[in-house]
Write a protein of this length. Structure first.
Length: 637
């Protein structure tokens, strides 16, 4: 009996083959059966074009087989050609009575795409090939294997994290386990770690994962708002991450420390109707402003993630209130944060974050657009819901303004109130992250105590403080009952500052290594035009920070010894990696209203910062520092 096959789809064989092999391809060739009534011998020479296994394309296959009447089993040989070479050669037997097989396979740059259906939707972008020998044997429903394969330029992506990992190393097969013995794995940016563990399976299905990754620096998250609108960004970490689970249900948990390059975002966007509202609320009769709405995540998966993260000052974080108008809090700091992401992509955060440095672009009804500098030591504390955090932040906006509007009737004969002096507009944010309590304050950082006392007499109520704060931020000057008389000049000042801010943003986008700021303020009948150039940069792996600015003196009543140009410079050196011990030096122009004989003043100092709840905790931390030093000395001895 001779049977000829011509372009027969082999998909129908999946109904009769155990193990969910998901065969596909077009069958051509012949099958011959001899002595049907006696020994029932047969021979086959079959060709499958577009052969596929487990739903993945493999290449063109040749199957040659015959029946061994003595052993009562089928002897077969399989050759798979891919890119004009034999990517797979398999020789073995199949025993129909026992439903078992024994096959010796040899791979030569065999595509790893076949792993995609085995690993499930949590993994994607599988690439690379494998070379080596593996023996497959046992019952079709419980296959075993022994051998080893060398993976060449292999890799995959964790879909929920959007991180590609690459490997070129050996994989071992033993029984029903795939073993990854201390493999070196790397991300797209050349950072590497050690990948270790096993994948256990039942005939290449029902996968059970027990894997781990250990690294001194490796990308862990590389998501955008399209993946998860609540929490996204880049996370580089060092530490240990475990990957466990069965099938599509995977748990990724680990303990890590953030590394340089980390930039994470927490999305707190307002609804469209409330998008122009900020910490200040404009109340209308019969109207209640909409509260912040949680963003419904777009993606869902069976992947659960739990990370205990030691956040370091190298990491950058953003709290996004309104991305359209740039209403964002940016910060760098430290803390211990637990990050949980469930199977619905919902996020919960636990822990406290202490701000080392940062800024807040304060916006209000299109009237105000000012960048505030967040002060060191502010905290954000989470206890589950990322939207329900407790904050305690102080932020300042620096400007120069004249006290003449307030003190125009005061004249002691030696004080020049027309000179623009440094002013600090302060915002204190406390309680709920999305709807904080807010308090304003105004300080004169370089003025004499007597001048500060006079200012406090003019601003002695919350209403006065709010008026002066709004006037300084919008008009760049103190508020008086006659402020409207110079409204045109104030409007020009505000417009010039908006243009200066935009120009500064463009300049700062040239490089991530430095920030450049330019500020121009037109003069009036009392003061000259004012131009200021500021530069900020960090060097030596962010251990040295340099801030400086140069400006002309805007007062028309300058000391004759002053050339009209003043400059400030600050240098901060982190003497330890954590930045707790710092060396600071500065050179500042004298801005005291009382005349000074020297135009500049300098200073240098050393500071140490430690967080503690009580003195017992503080002394324990001090003891631990000296204990660590003693232990190191003993080890050297």
């Amino acid at each position: 009996l001779n049977v000829q096959f011509n372009e027969i789809d082999i998909n129908w064989l999946n109904n009769f083959v155990a193990g969910n092999l998901r065969l596909k391809g077009k069958l051509n060739g012949s099958l011959s059966v001899f002595d049907i009534y006696q020994k029932a011998l047969f021979l086959s020479d079959l060709h499958v074009e577009g052969f596929g296994l487990l739903g993945q394309p493999i290449g063109n296959a040749i199957v040659q087989s015959y029946w061994d009447p003595g052993a009562k089993e089928i002897n077969a040989a399989l050759f798979v050609d891919s890119d004009k070479k034999k990517a797979l050669v398999a020789n073995g037997t199949y025993n129909p009575a026992k439903d078992s097989l024994s096959v010796d396979t040899e791979f030569d740059h065999f595509s790893l795409l076949i792993l995609q259906p085995l690993l499930g939707s949590n993994f994607s972008n599988i690439h690379g090939d494998a070379t080596g020998k593996v023996r497959v044997y046992g019952h079709l429903n419980a296959l075993q294997h022994d051998g080893a394969l060398h993976v060449n330029n292999g890799g995959l992506m964790l879909s929920e994290l959007q991180v590609n990992y690459h490997v070129s190393d050996s994989v071992k097969f033993a029984g029903n386990k795939i073993i990854f013995p201390q493999m070196r794995v790397s991300d797209d940016y050349g950072n590497s770690g050690i990948f270790n563990g096993t994948i256990q399976h039942k005939s290449f299905s029902k996968m059970v994962y027990d894997l781990s990754v250990k690294s001194n620096r490796l990308m862990a998250i590389n998501t955008t708002s399209a993946i998860n609108e609540q929490f996204y960004g880049k996370l580089y970490g060092s530490g240990l991450v475990n990957i466990t689970g069965k099938g599509a249900n995977v748990l990724i948990d680990g303990v890590a420390r953030t590394e340089k390059g980390t930039e994470m975002n927490i999305y707190l966007e307002y609804t469209d109707e409330a998008k122009e509202y900020d910490f200040l609320t404009f109340v209308k009769h019969g109207f209640q402003p909409l509260s912040l709405q949680k963003v419904v995540p777009k993606s869902k998966s069976n992947l659960v993630m739990k990370f205990n993260v030691e956040v370091t000052p190298e990491a950058k974080a953003q709290l996004i209130y309104n991305s359209k108008i740039g209403d964002v809090i940016r910060g760098q700091g430290s803390g211990n944060i637990q990050i949980n992401i469930d199977s619905n992509s919902d996020i919960s955060l636990y822990g406290e974050y202490t701000v080392e440095q940062g800024d807040y672009l304060f916006t209000l009804q299109n009237l105000i657009n000012k960048k505030f500098e967040i002060q060191q030591g502010g905290t954000i504390q989470w206890n589950g819901d990322p939207f329900n955090a407790t904050i305690d932040l102080d932020a300042i906006y620096k400007l120069k303004a004249s006290l003449n509007d307030l003190f125009e009737y005061i004249d002691d004969g030696k004080t020049d109130f027309t000179q623009r002096i440094p002013i600090l507009c302060k915002i204190d944010l406390t309680k709920n992250l999305t709807n904080p309590d807010i308090k304003f304050d105004i300080e004169l950082p370089f003025s004499e105590d007597g001048t500060k006392e006079v200012l406090s007499q003019f601003i002695d109520s919350e209403e006065d403080m709010n008026k002066q704060m709004l006037s300084l931020l919008v008009l760049g000057k103190f508020y008086t009952s006659g402020s409207n008389s110079n409204l045109a000049g104030s409007t020009a000042t505000t417009a010039s500052e908006l243009l200066s801010n935009q120009f500064s943003n463009w300049l700062s986008q040239i490089s991530n290594d430095f920030d450049i700021g330019v500020n121009y303020r037109p003069g009036d009948e009392i003061t000259n035009d004012e131009v200021e150039l500021a530069l900020s940069t960090q060097m030596f792996n962010n251990r040295v920070t340099i801030n400086g600015n140069i400006a002309n003196n805007a007062s028309q009543k300058m000391n004759t010894n002053n050339n009209g140009v003043v400059g400030d410079a600050d240098i901060i050196v982190k003497l330890t990696r954590t930045g707790k011990l710092q060396l600071k030096a500065y050179n500042h122009a004298n801005n005291n209203i009382i005349y000074e004989t020297s135009p500049y003043k300098q200073g240098v100092g050393v500071s140490y910062r430690e967080d503690f709840n009580d003195f017992n905790e503080f002394w324990q931390k001090v003891k631990n520092i000296f204990k660590q030093k003693t232990d190191k000395v003993k080890i050297k001895e």
